[in-house]
Each structure stands twice: as C-alpha cells, then as structure tokens.
Design a protein around this ligand. Structure first.
Ligand code: CAA
Length: 397
C-alpha cells in the first residue's frame, strides 16, 4: 500500500497514527459517552502541524494537498470517527475561502484556522434542503452596502465550537441555484445564533447544531466570490471534501478490522481460538480485501483532486460511496465477530458501527454520489457517441 505514497506522506501517516494512538485511543470512549469536544486531542493535532495542512503556506497552512489531509483523517478515524470529522470539517469550511476568497479574505481568515486559534463550520443544509441543497430558503439581501441574512440552517457540524461559519444563502431566489451566494459569518455577529444541538447516533464528540440568522448584518466584504456563484462554490468544495469523508470511512473500517482480528485471535470457543474456524477466516478475508480496495480508491480520488484531473469529482463521489458502504459493512461484521460483546459499550467495537453510519449520509448521501457518478459517466458517453466513428454498439432500430 505504501507504494502509492511518497516518503513524506508515509511520514505524515506515521505521525498521525502515533498521535491518534497516544492521545485519542485512551479517551475515545469517554468523549463518545459525554459528548465532550476533544479539545486536548485537537491541541495535539495543532502542535503536530496537522491543522490547516490543506491551507497554502502563504496563509499559515501546511501547504499540503487533499491526499495528505486524507491520511491524517484516516489515522484519526482509525481510533475515533468523531475525531476524524472534528478535524476534517475545518477543511470543508475553509475550502470555499481557498477557492473563492480574495487575497485579503484569505489573509483575514485562513491563518486563524491554520494556527488552531479558530475552528470553522460549513452551513449549507436546511430542514427542507438536504440532498436538494439548491432548494435552500435562507436569504441574503443587500442592506446599505452590507448583507442581511435571514434563515435557518440544519446539521451545521462543528457549530458548537466554531468561530467562523461559511454560510450559503440566496441573493436572488428567482434564479434558483444561480442565485445562491456564499458568506463568511463570525460567531457573535448580532442576529446569528447557535441553536439546538443534535443528539446523534455516532460521532458524538462533535457538536452538530441548528444555526439561525435573523436580520444578521454582515459586511459586503464577507461575501466569498461573485454573487450567484455560491452554489458552484459549494459543489466545488464538496468535490474536494468528499475524499476526506471517504478517508474517515476507511479509517473506521480499518480500525474495526484491527479490533476484530485481535479479538478472534484470542477469543476461545469449542476449545480453540475462533480465528481457527474457516467461517471466521472467510469473514476476515472479505473485510481485509474490502478495506484495501477502499484505500486504493480513496487515495486515487485524493490524488486526482490534488492534480485537478478532469474527472476528479466523479472519483471523489465513488470514493465516498465505496468507502462508506465498506465502512458500514466491515464495522457491522466486526461487531458480529465480537458476538454479544459487539453489542455492549464495554467494548470499543459498537462505536465504530455507530460512527460509520453517518459517512453514508453526510456531504451528500450515497444516493447523491450515484447521481454525480452516473451524470459524469453519461456526459462522457454522450460526447463519445456524438462522433459516429467512435460508436461501438447500436441498439436495434
Ligand atoms: N462543481 C462546480 N459546479 C457544479 C458542480 C460541481 N461539482 N456540480 C454542479 N455544478 C453547477 C452546475 O454546472 C450548474 O451550474 P449552472 O447553473 O451555471 O449551469 C449548477 O451547479 C446546478 O447544478 P445541477 O443542476 O446539477 O444541480 P442540482 O440542483 O441538480 O443538484 C446535486 C445536484 C449533485 C444533487 C447537488 O445538489 C448535491 O450535491 N446535493 C447534495 C448536497 C450535499 O452534499 N450536502 C452536504 C451538506 S454538507 C455536510 O453534510 C457537511 C457536514 O455536516 C460535515
């Protein structure tokens, strides 16, 4: 597997694994139980230079790519899926600034993320606009050279701790997705309130809240990119962030497999370790194969995004789809291998199953990923068959 990585990337992964084992493994169950944000582990992440690893060096970041970010997310998630997203959601929140911000905006906000001084969140979804993100109702109207935001956002991951919020609202509801714009809103801005915290199944250490905007006035200088280009910015951001969700899923699957393999190698029934039974070995073999296949796709998607390859959006969707389905299957099978111990909180395995579920849902459900993949495939095919010399099969007339 290392053949895919440069020596510098292997070193990042080693450092991230060491950090996760030393600082997160001993606390993961407690954070899950209490729902407390992992401030101390996040401080270690900052100290290790991983916070803002995806941010260009000129803005105080690590100047690395999506692949390096994924390696860190994978290793954190191998120990705790909640920690993986507590870290990676900062990339999701800051990509719109990196992609759409002016140099002044980048200097204003990115160093705060890169230094760990502030966390950032991404507020796109609403109660009535999940998969149909373009159907949002939040409105941003011009108000004496400023913007006034009104509306309610849902599922704002990190909202409980973030100081910066990348918020999407419509500046022209008559234009649908072409009327959506992106803004940066600071915590504490009058009219902006953090609402109810969600009581989630997994990733319980990450504070996911509703967020509310009522006559929330922000300077025009806080708009990211052109008016009406916010939906494009959101989609371009998700293309770059989905490999990280895939990496979170991959880490969870690997972490569950590691635990299950150790458990069955020691657990004795019928006079021998249950790993001696072929039924168990076949399960392990399938899990291991699926995890390795997911890893290839995740790294390939991350690399394609870093190289800005033509089709990286499709690969990112594939990685997210495949790795999260793998995570759900592998973590469920891992719990199965623990028998009754897989269903109680005395053992760490059931948490992996709970943490894995969200990876099939957020940053676009796996049904949305299929839409992205199928659209890209059919667009490519239609371009191909427009040239008769390239048609290799025709249906009967
Ligand atoms: N990059 C740039 N632009 C893109 C794009 C992309 N990948 N995909 C679409 N666009 C552009 C289109 O070109 C089109 O532009 P024009 O109008 O200028 O032609 C515009 O966006 C609208 O495109 P569509 O007609 O394809 O849009 P749609 O309404 O059919 O939606 C969708 C497509 C793929 C379903 C999209 O709505 C989507 O991705 N939905 C899921 C949203 C999502 O992932 N939400 C996650 C929330 S964040 C979260 O979960 C974070 C968390 O908690 C951690």
């Amino acid at each position: 597997m290392d053949t895919l990585l440069t020596p510098a990337q292997v070193e990042i992964r080693r450092k991230a694994r060491d950090l996760a084992e030393r600082h997160a493994r001993p606390k993961a169950a407690e954070y899950d139980r209490t729902g407390e944000y992992p401030h101390d582990v996040m401080r270690e992440i900052v100290r290790a230079g991983f916070m803002g690893i995806w941010i260009p060096k000129e803005y105080g970041g690590g100047g690395c790519g999506i692949l390096e970010t994924c390696l860190v997310v994978e290793e954190l998630s191998r120990v705790c899926g909640g920690l993986g997203v507590a870290y990676s959601v900062n990339a999701l929140g800051s990509f719109p600034i990196i992609l759409g911000g002016t140099a002044e905006q980048k200097h204003r906000w990115l160093p705060r993320i890169a230094s760990g001084a502030d966390y950032i969140a991404f507020a796109l979804s609403e109660k009535g606009a999940g998969s149909d993100a373009g159907g949002m109702k939040a409105r941003a109207s011009t108000d004496n050279g400023a913007y006034r935001i009104d509306g309610d956002k849902k599922w704002t991951t990190n909202a409980g701790v973030a100081n910066l919020f990348t918020v999407f609202a419509s500046t022209d509801p008559t234009k649908g997705t072409r009327g959506i714009s992106a803004f940066e809103v600071e915590r504490g801005t009058p009219g902006f309130a953090i609402g109810r915290r969600e009581d989630t199944t997994g990733i319980r250490c990450v504070p996911i809240h509703e967020t509310h905007f009522k006559a929330c006035r922000i300077p025009a200088a806080n708009r990211l990119g052109e008016e009406g280009k916010g939906f494009h910015l959101a989609m371009a951001t998700l293309d770059r962030a989905r490999p990280s969700v895939a990496a979170q899923a991959l880490g969870l699957a690997q972490g569950a497999l590691d635990l299950a393999a150790q458990f069955v190698a020691q657990r004795k029934q019928f006079g021998q370790a249950i790993a001696q039974f072929q039924a168990i070995q076949f399960m392990l073999a399938d899990m291991d194969t699926q995890v390795q296949a997911a890893r290839q796709l995740v790294y390939a998607a991350a690399l394609a995004a870093d190289r800005q390859e033509k089709d990286f959006s499709r690969l990112a969707a594939m990685a997210k789809l495949f790795a999260s389905d793998t995570a759900m299957r592998v973590t469920t099978d891992a719990a199965q291998l623990f028998g009754g111990y897989g269903y109680v909180r005395d053992f760490p395995i059931e948490k992996f199953m709970r943490d894995a579920k969200i990876t099939q849902i957020y940053e676009g459900t796996n049904q949305v990923q299929r839409i992205v993949i199928a659209r890209a495939l059919l667009k490519e095919t239609e371009a191909l068959i427009a040239d008769p010399s390239r048609v290799i099969v025709r249906p009967p007339e």
